[in-house]
Ligand binder design. Structure first.
Ligand SMILES: *Cc1c(COP(=O)(O)O)cnc(C)c1O
Length: 397
């Protein structure tokens, strides 16, 4: 199992005694050069935010075509700070997909605004822009779409809507570092763009995240809010004019990020190759609903953070939990990404119910995440395909 599997994901410990090693659904690749670099930082005497953060931010800004990029303790922290930078606060509405990670509605609520959910497409799992237009009100301040599993949303449509209605955009690109839209890397254009460096993402800093911004004024505000709301005065003393929290990334983590960013294109290429093998070899009866390929002719546009399939539960006599347990018994880890956001206890408390967003609800019930990470082999993919086909064949109604 990944030692870093977060508590909220289903990636249980390996059973002992198996001949083949346990295949988790996600695992980071950390090379020896990076480990040595971390040891150097630990010995240097400066382990929290410092020179490595500055270097990492410079490298990320270059990676995003010179657009200023700053790091934070997590993508969740970056989303919260991005909402502040976008001027989203009490009374504002933010349109977001019912199919994403809990951080999106949580942070919208945390800054005092209202998450306005819309449904997603069943195949791409990305936000449905027809419903976005219908959900806009005079109080709408921003749209927060997620590039699901690394597949960019329709960027032209997104920014056309934002322009027409004067809305800010906060792209949740937690799963999409290195993804491209019509050849242009996500983050090199647009409004505010958030990335995650959690161990299950395409590159990691253990925990960590980043925000790409448009102006130096936004960068200044982000840096202030990231660290207690502190501003430095000319006389070397400090002042605070807003009660902010603490969201900075330590240098140890930034050093890992530098080692990861250097290999990101290689990692993403490996992910694309493995995803292509899933498409070629995953044949089940009854059939699963497979994820969307990248947009036509743009295979390189998808960074393939996850390979998520919908189980044909109506044609099986097992539950999703039993499917996950059966794969676990064969030494294969399976994740769930994600639950329908409007059906959490929190959002039910805001009045949401079943039937609100049928695609998100179906995905929430049926989705499973198959193993996909750069160190996997073609043989690993084949092993998963065979195990999935076998379990579904035995469970066919
Ligand atoms: C992982 C993830 C986040 C949160 O990232 P953290 O760095 O763990 O805070 C937010 N949104 C999406 C879509 C994610 O997958």
């Amino acid at each position: 199992m990944t030692a870093n599997a977060p508590l909220h994901t289903v990636n249980p410990a390996p059973s002992t005694g198996g001949v083949r090693s346990y295949l988790p659904f996600a695992r980071p690749t950390i090379d020896e050069e990076t480990i040595a670099g971390v040891a150097e930082v630990l010995r240097s005497g400066w382990i929290t935010s410092g020179p490595n953060v500055l270097k990492f931010e410079q490298a990320l800004s270059e990676y995003h075509g010179g657009r200023p990029t700053r790091v934070a303790a997590s993508a969740t922290a970056a989303l919260e700070l991005a909402l502040h930078v976008a001027g989203v606060g009490p009374g504002a509405e933010v349109i977001t997909s019912a199919m994403s990670f809990f951080a999106a509605p949580n942070m919208i609520l945390k800054v005092g605004a209202k998450p306005v959910f819309v449904d997603c497409d069943l195949v791409t799992r990305n936000i449905d822009f027809d419903q976005v237009e219908a959900a806009i009100t005079p109080r709408t301040k921003a749209i927060m779409p997620t590039h699901f599993a690394g597949l960019p949303v329709d960027i032209e449509r997104l920014y056309a809507i934002a322009k027409n209605y004067g809305l800010r955009v906060i792209e949740d690109a937690a799963l999409a570092i290195g993804s491209r839209w019509r050849g242009r890397r996500i983050g090199t254009f647009g409004d505010l763009v958030v990335f995650s460096f959690h161990p299950n993402k395409n590159m990691t800093t253990i925990e960590g995240g980043a925000l790409v911004m448009g102006t130096e004024a936004e960068v200044k505000l982000f840096e202030k809010l990231r660290f207690h709301g502190i501003v430095r005065l000319p006389d070397a003393s400090r002042d605070v004019d807003v009660a902010s929290g603490k969201f900075n990334l330590p240098d140890v983590n930034a050093r890992i990020g530098l080692g990861q960013l250097a290999r990101l294109e290689e990692f993403n290429a490996a992910r694309r190759t493995l995803a292509a093998r899933y498409f070629a070899n995953l044949r089940t009866d009854p059939q699963c609903l497979l994820p969307a390929h990248a947009h036509a002719g743009e295979e390189e546009g998808h960074s393939w953070n996850m390979f998520c399939v919908l189980l044909p539960l109506e044609r099986l006599d097992i539950t999703r939990k039993q499917f996950i347990d059966a794969l676990h018994a064969r030494g294969i880890g399976i994740g769930i990404s994600y639950e329908a956001l409007h059906l959490t206890t929190l959002c039910r408390g805001l009045g949401h119910r079943e039937g609100g967003f049928p695609n998100a609800e179906r995905i929430g019930r049926q989705t499973v995440t198959l193993p996909l990470f750069p160190a996997m082999t073609a043989g690993d993919v084949d092993r998963v395909c065979e195990a999935v086909a076998d379990v579904l064949r035995n469970a066919k109604r």
